[in-house]
Design a protein around this ligand. Structure first.
Ligand code: IMP
Length: 209
């Protein structure tokens, strides 16, 4: 079978970033949709890594390519790492991030900078054609701001302030964010593991029709 990577996401923005970072591995990187795979996946793991593996394994059942999946979110230390693995579902999937961000800011009212520490986390799982599973994780540390700032990015970016850059991740240019971000770091780490796997000749090319 000709080698390719299927990434278990339907998110177009993520796919762009993923293709940019994994592009030099020398094999096509396609989304589930591009691979013609549909899967209704219940993310009921208790950690980012577990959820990533659940997604990757569910898609692997439907093809036997190299399958990658990620799971990510925001951990706020003062809130016992909330919203964590529930970041997308926090206050309901359909609630706007403007409202979610305002809620988190209000839960930190009166909390000084040094206790507003937070991080974005991204875990990636890769299921290989031989069933082996690889994992990587990337983080970016910051603090929760006092108001939304910036128009770039998505989700919690407007309240995720990077003291060393003097701005939020929503104020960074996309390529700068990719360079620094939890997802960029996790993708580059899994890429090195995949490169080793391919170099070891464990995944030989044969013909895919
Ligand atoms: P998922 O990994 O696609 O399930 O996304 C998890 C959720 O975490 C997103 O819906 C956002 O709420 C949040 N999140 C993950 N990465 C970022 C980021 O880079 N910026 C802002 N929010 C993020």
């Amino acid at each position: 079978m000709k080698k390719r990577i299927v990434f278990a996401t339907g998110n177009v923005g993520k796919m762009k970033e993923i293709k940019m970072i994994l592009g030099d591995l020398g094999m096509p990187v396609v989304s589930m949709k591009e691979a013609g795979i549909e899967a209704d996946i219940v993310e009921d793991g208790t950690s980012f890594a577990e959820n990533a593996q659940i997604k990757a394994s569910a898609v692997f059942e439907k093809c036997h390519d190299i399958v990658l999946a990620d799971d990510s979110g925001l951990e706020i230390d003062y809130l016992n790492k909330e919203p964590g693995i529930y970041s997308a579902r926090y206050m309901g999937e359909d609630t706007s991030y403007h409202i979610k961000n305002a809620n988190l800011i209000s839960r930190l009212e009166g909390v000084p900078d040094e206790k507003r520490t937070a991080r974005f986390v991204c875990a990636i799982a890769a299921v290989l054609p031989n069933g082996e599973v690889l994992h990587s994780e990337g983080t970016i540390e910051g603090i929760i701001g006092y108001e939304e700032q910036g128009e770039n990015g998505f989700g919690y970016d407007p309240i995720f302030y990077l003291p060393q850059y003097g701005c939020t991740t929503a104020q960074l240019e996309p390529d700068v964010k990719n360079e620094l971000s939890h997802r960029g770091k996790a993708l580059r780490a899994i890429k090195e593991q995949l490169r080793k796997y391919c170099e070891e000749g464990a995944y030989e090319d044969t013909d895919r029709q």
